[in-house]
Design a protein around this ligand. Structure first.
Ligand SMILES: [Zn+2]
Length: 486
């Protein structure tokens, strides 16, 4: 047997004016068939699992491209073509595969292709009409018809924060192997929940709902249940949460089960919605609380959802209020990093930080401080995966405000962002992280309190106010019951 596998992943915020180009993939992670020679990151964990399982069965393996970019605006047409065509060329040049497994994101949009995953899988299907094609997806995927038409198996992460990539990859491999042997014949049913929001899976009621999804997998004939949460900041006709159920040869059962679970999820909509505070309210709470460290998430500048990662709304407000004894990361500012590298550790410096990338960045903030540390090659954990951090600089202002800036766009996943620079968070009253939710599991262990804060940035969590033009506006939470007129 022969396995062909590849990874292509970015999550496109179609409202961002910042295009995603080839150098963004090169900066984050780009390998031409060698990704499994490195330690796994979130989007390559699947490749490691698949290679290991295939080789244990004495299958041959062709590993093609792995290309991952931190989310931003549309991937340019030339970049998408180059990446897609590399996978297709590798496929043409490899031995005929029996199984094709892909780790894709599910929310990638290019300038000339609104449905990148559907396009890739349809072109692969045209080349390999008889192969088993299985696709692993991020939980924030758009589950679209072309993908369903051409893939045999689709499984998305079930956890947010995403710490189950390896588990989902094992599940996909197992189902692909069973299909290959003729044991199963997958049929996929889908239900559009008409919900556009964020759903956190580590606490109830989502934690309990995951158990309902798992229980549905015990129904005779049901092989797999996936909830695609959708990615809200994408103006596409299909944006929103969709329930997907795969059965063994029974399409009506797949459709009925997807509808029943999707309706159950819809019933929970007011309870599963993510709570957050506006900036002033959040900082009032910080000032009224004496214990720490309080962790405040600057949700709207989450580069992991396509925000610039250099917005200064929170920093400006903190300085204006005269808050002290705090740390904040990560401000993406390659020019400021370069200036600090030129000056060296220990130097006193005055420079403009942040507020440079796009209109949602706000204004640059002029700061004076000391360069405490400059480090390269550090990584941070996201679950078991290790993600790169680029070149990092620790700046100290006014003796007790610690800022971390870097030259690689990435959100904060783990306290080691600070710790590896030498910043002791246990002594801080406030820790501000640019992240929407992926920081939560690891920071909750050290925080006295966690505040989710909406700022004027690119990914404001109030999804009812997203200015969709392609997507119809009959969705929750914009409409309380979008099924009422059916
Ligand atoms: Zn995601």
């Amino acid at each position: 047997m022969h396995l062909f596998m590849a990874t292509l992943s970015t999550e496109t915020n179609t409202f961002s004016p910042v295009p995603t180009i080839l150098s963004d993939y090169e900066a984050y992670y780009l390998r031409h068939g060698t990704a499994t020679q490195d330690a796994p990151n979130l989007m390559t964990e699947a490749l490691h699992v698949w290679r290991q399982r295939a080789e244990a069965l004495h299958w041959s393996v062709t590993e093609s491209l792995t290309a991952i970019a931190e989310p931003a605006g549309l991937t340019t047409a030339t970049t998408f073509d180059a990446l897609k065509n590399e996978i297709l060329d590798d496929l043409r040049n490899s031995a005929k595969p029996d199984v094709i497994l892909l780790q894709l994101h599910g929310a990638m949009v290019a300038e000339d292709e609104p449905d990148c995953e559907g396009r890739i899988v349809s072109e692969i299907r045209a080349l390999c009409p008889d192969a088993v094609i299985g696709v692993a997806l991020d939980l924030h995927c758009h589950l679209r018809p072309r993908l369903l038409e051409h893939a045999d198996l689709l499984i998305a992460f079930r956890e947010y924060p995403h710490d189950d990539a390896a588990a989902r990859a094992k599940e996909l491999f197992s189902l692909a192997k069973r299909q290959l042997s003729g044991e199963i014949s997958p049929q996929i049913g889908m239900f559009d929940c008409r919900m556009v929001s964020l759903f956190l899976t580590k606490t109830d009621p989502m934690r309990a709902f995951k158990k309902e999804m798992e229980a549905a997998e015990d129904i005779p004939g049901v092989l797999s249940v996936t909830l695609g949460h959708g990615f809200p900041w994408a103006d596409l006709p299909e944006t929103g949460a969709r329930m997907l159920v795969t059965t063994n040869g029974d399409l009506p059962l797949a459709q009925e089960t997807a509808k029943a679970l999707g309706q159950r999820f819809f019933e929970l909509r007011d309870e599963v919605a993510m709570a957050y505070s506006e900036l002033d309210e959040a900082l009032d709470q910080v000032e009224a609380t004496s214990s720490g460290p309080i962790v405040l998430a600057d949700m709207s500048d989450n580069s992991g959802a396509g925000a610039p990662g250099d917005s200064t709304y929170v920093l400006e407000a903190i300085l204006e209020r005269g808050l002290r004894n705090l740390a904040s990361a990560i401000y993406w500012d390659p020019d400021a990093v370069q200036a600090c590298v030129a000056m060296g550790e220990g130097a006193e410096i005055e420079l403009d930080v942040g507020g440079k990338v796009e209109v949602a960045s706000g204004r640059p903030v002029n700061i004076r401080g000391r360069i405490m540390a400059i480090k390269s090659g550090l990584k941070q954990h996201l679950g078991p995966a290790l993600e790169p951090l680029g070149r990092m600089v620790w700046l100290r202002l006014q003796g007790e405000i610690d800022l971390v800036i870097n030259d690689l766009r990435i959100q904060v996943y783990h306290p080691e962002v600070f710790e590896q620079m030498g910043i002791d968070l246990s002594q801080k009253h406030l820790v501000v992280v640019k992240s929407l939710f992926h920081f939560y599991t690891s920071f909750a262990e050290i925080a006295s309190d966690v505040i989710f804060c909406a700022t004027p940035g690119r990914v404001n969590p109030n999804t009812a106010r997203i200015e969709f033009k392609q997507r119809d506006l009959n969705f929750w939470p914009r409409v309380h019951d979008p099924f009422a007129l059916d």
